[in-house]
Design a protein around this ligand. Structure first.
Ligand code: MOS
Length: 753
């Protein structure tokens, strides 16, 4: 029986529940001192004065680092946005325009300028955390304030296109959408808006920085140890080999830990000044501003269709906000370009610039927000046509990728609609809004399509078989709580022919073979093949040793006829010709056997196939007609995501995504006080996310899907698709329940009464 696919428990589960898993802020170093960041309290201006001397005199304070005394950083011409390199359709590296700072989105105390409220402007280092916090709270700053751009109406007057990124055009066109819309007998034209949201992993960002001469070690909570290493090397003008980044455990990432933010480099700078290792933990309130956010989006969507429900035109014009520090464009239109077959399409993405922190990737960046608009609009069209929403989608099913005009490497969306509808009981739905009730509650049923690209990047791994018959497999990847340790152990065990208990998988250290950023849902599809290949390499070496060894019962057997399973080498069912792995190694002086891998997708695969995951999500809502509260007693999600590596963890990933979609639909919003450009609900009491009581039954089906193209494992990513489509399905269900179309997230009670 295959080890891959089994829903085994997390191999790191015991470490986590016993507190033995060491998170970034928990590493123990001698002489460790504590840093706390001071953030700006104005959205724009210059720092005129900081009372550093008074703060320095406080008990236990070692360093007060401001723009006046912070180490000057290396000018590095042509420095790269290394940590931006993600594979999802071209989040590519680009050279810096300016010479300094090395990464323009980092506020590294190199000048007196303030570009957003909550920008890091000082770091206080003290013997204890309490002393550092007390001192940081006491810092008094005088600013020369300048008028900030925090007026959305004014910002909308100055829209601009984002800088073009390879593989991710800000505009796309097929046919003449304007003319087709004009001609279309049935049209939808609506504006959908989504708010700023902030990532709030249970473990906030945290860094410990330690210098040994010009060698830097960073214990950093990150989705990208290699990206942090490159950013540190560029920032400090040292070779990447002199930087080691360690991160064995991440308490949630969701995109905010895919980039290197200011606090990482500030911790290293403060450690230089303190002459001691420095720990810097980003406070919960500090998660709202200096470490990214999902930008607000304003999406105009037009659909044109025939009276039979055949789409003839789609236009999708998106505006998302960005900062004055660096650009980020939320790619809302990416999903629209691929979702349905239509003769014409026109999509644009524009930016409005505000004096806020730099926005960034947040779980399914673009697909989560974009699918809210597109899948709401499809529901509006279905009502206008008096057509079943699934039938409308089937009538416009994209048999090939309409953007690239390529066949899909695999697509099971039709099956997802069928299976999902069946499990949900969709056939019993009466289409009329307000036609279904449960007691005094209005009942609504809605559905939407889920979609997310199947990304993959190059990755390396090593596998070593030890004399005791166990194996150690390594790759510099990450486990964000997603299950990388477990899944890679399973892949390695199966490739090696060892039981899971005999394989140890290690990750999270730049001294290991390099793996890409754990973003874009690509870890399993990228690192999985690397682990597989390294493990197969070791297995092959072992077989070669055995068949060439006169002392082995397998001596002389053809290499391809030797099987390795459950720790034994064997030849068919011949019980005389088998021996344990350890016996082969013992006869070779107990030496270990190692193999390396460098796994990349074949160059022309992406030219031959479009790679994408799809799903269908069905939601039931109960709306209280008097107070407008929305409850979600059940959700059904059906997904085609390639071959599943671990059934239990896949279920958890998809369920987590769906729960977040529920929060996105009904609760999540960062409330900005637009007078000051500061989040006012910057804590987990006022920033609403679903709790257990908000979550009803979630039924997840993964349909059987073979993908021969993406990698030898047939694995697509599952990290992000779960959130996509959910907010639209909720909005569609709310319309079905109430007859009210809410196009502005989140759908809070005030919008329904
Ligand atoms: Mo994900 S937002 O690509 O970490």
């Amino acid at each position: 029986m295959s080890i891959i696919g089994q829903g085994i428990d997390r191999t790191d589960g015991r470490l986590k529940v016993t507190g033995a898993a060491t998170y970034s802020a928990e590493h123990q170093l001698p002489r460790l001192v504590h840093a706390v960041m001071v953030l700006s309290t104005v959205p724009k201006g210059r720092i005129v004065a900081i009372d550093s001397a008074a703060i320095k005199a406080m008990k236990g304070v070692r360093v007060v680092m401001t723009h006046q005394n912070a180490p000057r950083l290396a000018h590095s011409k042509g420095a790269q946005h290394e940590d931006k390199a993600k594979s999802s359709g071209g989040q590519q590296t680009k050279p810096d325009k300016k010479q300094q700072p090395p990464n323009p989105k980092l506020s590294l105390l190199q000048d007196d300028r303030v570009q957003y409220n909550a920008q890091p402007i000082a770091v206080v280092v003290a013997d204890t955390f309490e002393q550092a916090r007390d001192a940081a709270r006491s810092v008094k700053v005088r600013y020369a304030k300048e008028p900030a751009q925090l007026n959305l109406d004014q910002a909308r007057q100055k829209l601009r296109a984002p800088e073009a990124q390879p593989g991710r055009p800000s505009e796309s066109k097929r046919g003449d959408a304007a003319a087709a819309l004009e001609r279309a007998p049935v049209r939808i034209d609506a504006l959908y808006t989504t708010p700023i949201e902030n990532h709030n992993p249970m473990e906030p960002h945290a860094t410990i920085a330690a210098w040994d001469g010009d060698h830097l070690t960073l214990y950093d909570s990150t989705q990208n140890i290699s990206g942090v290493r490159r950013t540190a090397a560029t920032t400090f003008g040292i070779e990447p080999e002199k930087v080691r980044v360690v991160c064995p455990f991440v308490g949630g990432g969701f995109g905010c830990k895919g980039s290197t933010w200011s606090h990482v480099m500030l911790a290293a700078m403060a450690a230089k000044l303190a002459g001691a290792p420095v720990k810097l933990v980003v406070e919960r309130t500090q998660m709202f501003g200096p470490v990214g956010a999902r930008p607000l989006t304003e999406q105009s969507l037009c659909l044109g269709a025939t009276t039979e429900g055949k789409l003839t035109a789609i236009t999708h014009d998106t505006v998302s906000h960005t900062s004055f520090v660096d650009d980020f464009s939320e790619p809302c239109t990416a999903v629209t370009r691929k979702a349905y077959q239509t003769e014409s399409l026109h999509t644009t993405q524009k930016l409005m610039t505000l004096n806020l922190g730099v926005p960034t990737y947040m779980r399914a960046p673009g697909e989560s927000t974009g699918s809210f608009a597109l899948e709401s609009a499809m529901d509006e069209l279905a009502y206008k046509l008096m057509m079943d929403p699934i039938q409308l989608r089937l009538a416009n099913y994209a048999e090939r990728d309409p953007e690239k005009n390529l066949p899909w490497s695999s697509k099971s969306l039709r099956e997802c609609y069928r299976v999902g509808a069946e499990r949900f009981g969709w056939a019993k739905r009466t289409a009329e809004p307000g036609s279904m009730r449960a007691g005094r509650m209005l009942v609504g049923w809605g559905m939407a399509t889920a979609a997310y690209p199947a990304n993959r990047q190059g990755a390396k791994a090593s596998a070593t078989l030890l004399a005791d018959g166990t194996a150690v497999v390594r790759s510099g990847s990450h486990d964000l709580g997603t299950g990388t340790y477990t899944v890679m152990t399973q892949i390695a065990a199966e490739a090696l022919g060892l039981p899971v208990s005999k394989v140890r998988f290690e990750l999270g250290d730049t001294s290991m073979p390099e793996a890409p950023v754990s973003g874009g849902s690509q870890t399993v599809a990228s690192v999985g093949p690397a682990v597989w290949q390294a493990a197969r390499g070791v297995r092959h070496k072992l077989i070669l040793m055995a068949v060439a060894d006169r002392g082995s019962p397998l001596h002389g057997v053809a290499v391809t006829d030797v099987d390795v399973a459950d720790g034994w080498l064997s030849h068919g069912t011949d019980r005389a010709r088998r021996e344990p792995i350890g016996a082969v190694l013992a006869r070779h002086g107990g030496q270990s056997v190692t193999a390396q891998s460098n796994a990349e997708q074949e160059a022309d695969k992406k030219k031959q196939f479009a790679m994408q995951s799809f799903g269908a999500v069905f939601v039931e809502v109960h709306v209280d007609p008097d107070v407008g509260t929305v409850r979600v007693p059940r959700i059904v999600g059906a997904y085609g995501v390639g071959r599943i590596m671990n059934a239990k963890l896949a279920h958890s990933q998809l369920m987590g995504g769906i729960v977040w979609g529920l929060g996105m639909g009904l609760m999540e919003k960062t409330e900005i006080d637009w007078r000051y450009g500061r989040a006012v609900n910057e804590n987990l009491a006022d920033y609403h996310v679903p709790v257990n009581a908000d979550v009803g039954a979630i039924d997840i089906v993964v349909v059987d899907e073979q993908d021969q193209q993406i990698n030898e494992l047939g694995a697509k990513g599952i990290g992000e698709i779960g959130i996509t489509g959910v907010a639209a399905a909720i909005a569609n269900a709310v319309y079905h329940a109430t007859g009210k179309r809410i196009r502005d997230l989140p759908i809070t009670p005030d919008k329904l009464i």
